[in-house]
Design a protein around this ligand. Sequence first.
Ligand SMILES: [Cu+2]
Length: 109
Amino acid sequence: MRLTLSLLMVAALANIAFAADEITLTADHQKFTPSELSIPAGVKTKIVIRNQNAVPVEFESYDLSREIIVPGHGETAIYVGPLEAGSYQFFNDFDHDMKGSISVKARGN
Ligand SMILES: [Cu+2]
């Protein structure tokens, strides 16, 4: 019984950790929200890019070596990492004024 409870708690904690490693980036009008994402270092992270605009956006990042078109009113997901601590820039290649960054922080900092 005690062992079963422990296993359930491990499973619950694992679920929380998994949920924390998926974040959403929204493209709306001429900006990304949030403009600065924060993710932990050393962890593979799923970024769901949701485009609220009628026109497509192209999420592009030289720092992350990623380039992907998200159709108008569509969404797509990319996986980044595990990354080292630092700041990683991204922008919309269809509108270079639309940009943001991913702040990767070492755990415990
Ligand atoms: Cu491009």
